[in-house]
Design a protein around this ligand. Structure first.
Ligand SMILES: NC(=O)c1ccc[n+]([C@@H]2O[C@H](COP(=O)([O-])OP(=O)(O)OC[C@H]3O[C@@H](n4cnc5c(N)ncnc54)[C@H](OP(=O)(O)O)[C@@H]3O)[C@@H](O)[C@H]2O)c1
Length: 387
């Protein structure tokens, strides 16, 4: 098969790359045009698995440096890990579970979308292996939608990793109610989203609005055009962290007399998060309601210097605020929910730039992904094949 992959390692030798000290760069990616070995299904599995014929994938900044990607077991004489854990593709083959007697949920020819778990090869290749629990039928384009089918699925390819991260931050770890709960019995929740214009921030804002929450979002002036249309000026607030009069989030909350929030979703970390969690004037409890959570997707609080991390822990405990870091998990069931919102126009993926890269230009696609740095504007998409 065709594949974009890290270079292989002759048997008996150590990989050139390792986590965390020797990460590869995008220029190390290699494209093999034919005869790359097919991915192996698991030797035994308690759930059905599927060989997927990949159509589209999206690349994630930093993915070549992840621990799972650089595990020594990922390197073989023919190649290393294959990137691109977002996938839109077709079921090519059903591989029945060794122990389950339930019928497979999907059949050959079904069009699916998924986040493939990070301990397995990604989708920047002709085929990938997916577990049943990762898969969801790709939502079809509604007739009212004016974009082409191609563009519909390209947008969809940007959503599994980012959309599931947003979903799990708000509803799984953030414990906010899913919109199935009757609005009349649910008091309106308020969410502060740090880095709202990013790949994860944008779906977080969209899901929060789909769920009926009010939103305080941070973004630069240059990215505000992507967020402003999602917000309701009478209930939501956009804070421009690049404005001349911006000093910190706590001072913006104070200056704008904003009501405290029920959840913080942090996509920025670093100084932005620490300056919020360390605030005493105004007190943290005037920004985040006691009993609420701060969900960060960037890094656990222990990555700060020990003195800072101890001060954060103490200030949060005094305010009754719980801080949690998590890593997104694949979920076909959650993608089913996201797919409904995509069809209803409540959630939209964003493709970076005007170009979708072909697989043979995958290295360039990863170079663009990394060179953009921490900037909003969607994910870089790679097309592997057409239906
Ligand atoms: N834990 C998980 O499962 C998980 C999953 C996905 C991603 N992540 C991590 O989450 C983070 C965000 O990912 P992403 O894909 O959303 O990133 P991204 O698309 O690169 O966006 C990051 C956003 O950060 C904003 N930004 C940059 N510097 C800022 C600053 N000083 N203050 C406030 N905002 C700033 C930019 O906003 P403007 O455009 O407004 O300038 C940009 O939109 C990354 O660290 C990523 O590795 C974790």
């Amino acid at each position: 098969m065709r594949a974009l992959h890290l270079p292989g390692v002759p048997s008996g030798q150590k990989p050139l790359f390792s986590f965390p000290d020797k990460p590869p760069s995008p220029s190390h990616l290699t494209y093999t045009a034919a005869d790359y070995p097919l991915p192996n299904p698991p030797a035994s599995s308690s759930e059905h698995t599927y060989q997927i014929r990949n159509l589209l994938t999206a690349l994630t900044r930093g993915e070549l440096t992840w621990e799972e990607i650089l595990a020594p077991a990922c390197f073989h004489p023919h190649g290393g890990a294959i990137p691109g854990h977002d996938v839109v593709g077709m079921i090519e083959k059903v591989i029945p579970a060794s122990t389950s007697h339930a019928d497979p949920k999907f059949k050959q020819g079904d069009k699916i979308w998924a986040l493939l778990d990070f301990d397995r090869d990604g989708a920047a290749a002709t085929y990938a292996i997916a577990k049943e629990s990762e898969l969801s039928l790709a939502p079809k384009k509604p007739e009212s939608e004016e974009i082409s089918d191609e563009e519909w699925y390209e947008r969809l390819a940007t959503l599994p990793l980012s959309g599931l991260t947003a979903y799990q931050a708000l509803f799984t770890h953030g414990n906010l109610p899913l919109p199935t709960t009757s609005p009349s019995t649910t008091p309106q929740k308020r969410v502060l989203i740090l880095g709202a214009a990013g790949s994860v921030g944008l779906p977080t804002v969209q899901l929060a609005k789909a769920a009926g929450f009010s939103v305080v979002a941070t973004a630069s002036a240059s990215s505000s055009h992507a967020i402003q249309p999602l917000l309701n000026p009478s209930t939501d607030t956009l804070i421009d962290y690049t404005a001349a009069d911006y000093t910190s989030l706590p001072s913006s909350f104070h200056a704008l007399a904003l009501t405290s929030v029920d959840l913080v979703v942090d996509c920025i970390g670093g100084e932005t998060l620490s300056s919020l969690l360390l605030t005493t004037t105004p007190p943290l409890s005037s920004i985040i309601n006691p009993g609420s959570k701060v969900i960060t997707i960037v890094a656990p609080i222990k990555v700060y210097r020990p003195t800072i991390s101890a001060q954060i822990t103490s200030n949060c405990a005094n305010a009754g605020v719980d801080v949690k870091f998590f890593i997104v998990k694949p979920s076909g069931d959650e993608l089913d929910v996201l797919g409904r919102w995509v069809r209803e126009g409540k959630l939209k993926g964003h493709v970076h730039g005007a170009r979708v890269f072909d697989l043979e230009h995958g290295r360039e696609a990863m170079e663009v992904t990394e060179a953009r740095g921490r900037k909003g504007g969607g994910k870089v998409v790679v097309r592997i094949a057409r239906e």
